[in-house]
Write a protein that binds this ligand. Structure first.
Ligand code: ZN
Length: 443
């Protein structure tokens, strides 16, 4: 794995030039496509369908000649050929671990890793935690679920690879998590953004402990949008008196593919040696070149170095903004900010509204509000008839006309007509895992 040094865990990859990346990716892509053709009936079929042979792909840009892989195809592949699907590309005897992603339908997808896959994940995830400031002298309180979750054992392995001290506490025992932070003098907390906020509330209100005085210097969040939303980030940083950085990943590909450095201006794509990143137009699927300082689109990834469950142009449904300019940290990877999941987007009278953006506006009213809110709608969406109905939890000392002021701010910033209903503190559900910002009622 090499010895980590200085500002980077893997300086060669993290500071590689665009030209070097293109050459490396092309060589790896050729090998990977040949591997898929030989070992995955699923991918071989897709290549044949597109009338393409691995040798036809002469540069990474040629990837656009290949079809996308959709999540529904993976589910179907696993249904037909359980447990890992015809896209597995590795024999079960070579699979050393299986993770699962819960997904939105309730049917889990299984993700197998060979020994080599597992080692690659460890090194890639370690880079991302190093970028977020994890060091050998850090004490890492892990408030992420362990069972089957890609944010569990792979994160634990990466933290140990950095050489930091791991506290594998998990979720489900929040008071013990707080107590362990104190007794073990943990200085890093890793959770989802909603759980970071929940834990701070719990410490303050149930345990009589000021979270800002627990000694946490860094809160590293991920697994749901929110860490990159200014209002939510501010709430986490104030509560814990710590720097909050975000990481982005997706279970079907890798736990973390992009992570934030201390500049906190988006998550650097950290793994150009492991995956090709494309940004596509979410409506047409057309590739958007990374030649503007800031672009927006959907993330699509292709594995370059994966044995079990490799992906070819996988549509993540994650909508991101991408900054391509240089960063003071010296990393060359473009910087991503997750706008939301395509499935989460609402359309109110023709205007796209992201629930995380609504939460950002609401959180701007702290301490008059707690920061918790829930959008209520009838049906599955994405179209919502105005007004957008939002329940907002009151905080301390709500001033006059608070609901009207929030409605006005939403209209001004998001161009959406909303009706805010204030509810008492503690009424809205708190969660240790992925928080849902929308309640969909059957019509
Ligand atoms: Zn940076």
């Amino acid at each position: 794995m090499g010895k980590a040094r200085g500002a980077y865990f893997n300086a060669a990859v993290e500071t590689m030039s665009t030209d070097e990346i293109a050459a490396m990716q092309h060589a790896k892509l050729r090998r990977q496509l040949e591997y898929l053709n030989a070992n995955s009936p699923f991918h071989a079929g897709k290549l044949a369908e597109a009338g393409t042979e691995p040798g036809d792909i002469r540069s990474v840009a040629d990837l656009t000649r290949l079809p996308f892989t959709e999540k529904t195809e993976l589910r179907e592949s696993q249904r037909r050929q359980p447990p890992l699907g015809s896209h597995a590309a590795a024999a079960m005897e070579d699979v050393v671990r299986v993770h699962a992603s819960s997904g939105t339908t309730g049917t889990p997808s299984f993700i197998g890793l060979t020994e080599r896959d597992k080692r690659r994940w460890t090194e890639c995830i370690a880079r991302s935690y190093w970028a977020q400031g994890l060091r050998p002298d850090s004490v890492f309180a892990m408030g992420l679920g362990i069972g089957f979750f890609v944010g569990g054992l792979p994160v634990a392995a990466a933290v140990e690879a950095v050489g930091a001290t791991l506290l594998p506490i998990g979720t489900g025992a929040s008071d013990r998590l707080i107590a362990s932070i104190r007794s073990m003098k943990a200085d890093v907390l890793a959770t989802t953004p909603s759980y970071a906020i929940y834990l701070a509330e719990l410490a303050r209100e149930e345990m009589g402990i000021d979270p800002a005085e627990l000694g946490i210097r860094r809160v590293m969040v991920g697994a749901e949008p929110g860490g990159g939303v200014p209002g939510i980030r501010a709430q986490i940083e104030e509560s814990w008196n710590a720097r909050c950085t975000e990481a982005i990943g997706i279970a079907d590909l890798i736990t973390i593919h992009s992570a934030e450095c201390d500049v906190q201006d988006g998550c650097h794509f950290m793994v150009p040696d492991y995956m090709v990143m494309e940004i596509v137009d979410p409506d047409t699927g057309a590739a958007i070149p990374l030649d503007e300082p800031e672009i927006e689109g959907e993330l699509v990834f292709t594995h370059l170095d994966r044995e079990c469950n490799p992906m070819l142009r996988f549509r993540t449904r994650d909508r991101v903004t991408v900054k391509t300019g240089p960063c003071a940290c010296g990393r060359t990877g473009p910087r991503l900010r997750c706008v939301g999941r395509t499935d989460d987007m609402l359309i109110v009278r023709g205007v796209n509204v992201w629930p995380s953006a609504v939460k950002d506006v609401v959180a701007g009213f702290r301490p008059e509000v707690s920061g918790e809110m829930l959008i209520r709608m009838d049906g599955e969406g994405p179209k919502v008839d105005p007004p957008l109905r939002i329940r907002v939890e009151a905080g301390s000392g709500a001033g006059d006309g608070l609901a009207a002021r929030i409605e006005q701010a939403l209209r001004a910033r998001l161009i959406v007509q909303a009706r805010v209903e204030l509810v008492p503190r503690g009424v809205l559900p708190r969660t240790e895992m992925k928080a849902s910002l929308v309640e969909r009622n059957p019509v």
